[in-house]
Ligand binder design. Structure first.
Ligand code: UDP
Length: 339
């Protein structure tokens, strides 16, 4: 399939472009580099062993999006593009709602107009909110999130479900990611956050490489194995494979839209990550314990049964693989992608 990958220059998008190419699909990237750099493209091409087309386009520009589809000949869309910083979304909610929802709507309009009916969406476990029981299951119906970023995921899932229901032949997979980490085993592409990382793994890897002094562990009095927060970390290469599995499954899907958790089904604590990263890198990770971070849950992990049974997909890579690959990327590229 010829697949438009929006946000394909980003962390998960770039790994998914490689997985698509390796599976014999033809990925085409659309990205405005709002949170990525053009220098990722030659590395994607080097790893894919073939040229990959990238269109620099802002998908909130409906005319530009329409033109992309008019010339594209796409069979499917995988939609990663969107703002994703939780804290920034609290400070600038209208920016997040406008960017994430407008861009999705202009892609949907263009799909209807140009007869593209396969869609894979980059959703998040954040849609389970604070009331859903752990492990999270896809049949939990009361989706809500605790911040505007997460609410855009809830709203877009709703929009996609409604649009798929009324457009003949549409198939939409809503992929709810847990905590994507790791990097391509080559060490050539990986996560390159702007500024101070919000997420644990990039922060830990920047401490290991000497870019930051020490980690602050956000609370050690949670009701978990060692008191620190537990998350379902998933290797980005496994996650990318989950997108290919979802894409290949779409035509066989029984309902127009369906949600799938992409996680391992296991929780790992902050201190377990610290120890695993120390082992993988051979570097100490100094840390202090600070207060809990507002809005954090004690524990989050997936019930990964549906993806296994229906997509034939399971995560294969371990916490050790995630730390080793994050470290290879970080130590080979201490400042991330070249500007
Ligand atoms: N965390 C931490 N220090 C940091 C960043 C994160 O202790 O500098 C903890 C956080 O409280 C949570 C876990 O690491 O328990 C994962 O946080 P992250 O932001 O990566 O993912 P999310 O909370 O969005 O699942």
């Amino acid at each position: 399939m010829r697949v438009l990958v929006t946000g394909g220059a980003g962390f998960i998008g770039s790994h998914t472009v490689l997985a698509l190419a390796a599976a014999g699909h033809d990925p085409v990237i659309a990205d405005n580099f709002s949170n990525s750099k053009p220098s990722v493209l030659p590395r994607i091409e080097e790893l894919a062993g073939r040229p990959v087309t990238l269109h620099e386009v802002d998908l909130t520009d409906t005319a530009a999006t329409d033109a992309l589809f008019a010339a594209g000949g796409f069979d499917a869309v995988i939609h990663f593009a969107g703002f994703k910083a939780v804290g920034e979304s609290v400070a600038k909610p209208a920016l997040y709602y406008r960017n994430n929802i407008d861009s999705t709507l202009s892609v949907l309009d263009a799909m209807v107009k140009h007869g593209v009916s396969r869609f894979v969406f980059s959703s998040s476990a954040t849609v389970y909110g604070e009331k859903a029981p752990v492990p999270y299951r896809e049949d939990w119906e009361f989706l809500e999130a605790t911040n505007p970023y997460g609410q855009t995921k809830v709203m877009i899932e709703r929009i996609l479900t409604d649009v798929a229901a009324v457009n003949e032949g549409w198939k939409v997979a809503l992929l709810r990611y847990f905590n994507p980490v790791g990097a391509h085993a080559s060490g050539r592409i990986g996560e390159d956050p702007n500024g101070i990382p919000n997420n644990l793994m990039p922060f830990v890897s920047q401490v290991a490489v000497g870019r930051r002094d020490r980690l602050t562990v956000f609370g050690d009095d949670y009701p978990t194995s060692d008191g620190t927060g537990e998350r379902d970390y998933i290797h980005v290469v496994d996650l990318a494979a989950g997108h290919v599995a979802a894409l290949d499954h779409l035509d066989a899907m029984a309902t127009p839209a369906r949600a799938f958790n992409l996680g391992t089904g296991t929780g790992t604590s902050v201190l377990q990550i610290v120890r695993a990263f120390e082992a993988a890198s051979g570097r100490p990770i100094p840390y202090d314990v600070g207060p809990r971070r507002a809005g954090d849950l004690p524990t989050s992990y997936a019930d990964a049964t549906r993806a296994r049974e229906e997509l034939g997909w399971t995560a294969k890579l371990s916490i050790e693989d995630m730390c080793a690959d994050s470290w290879r990327w970080q130590s080979n590229n201490p400042e991330g992608f070249p500007s």
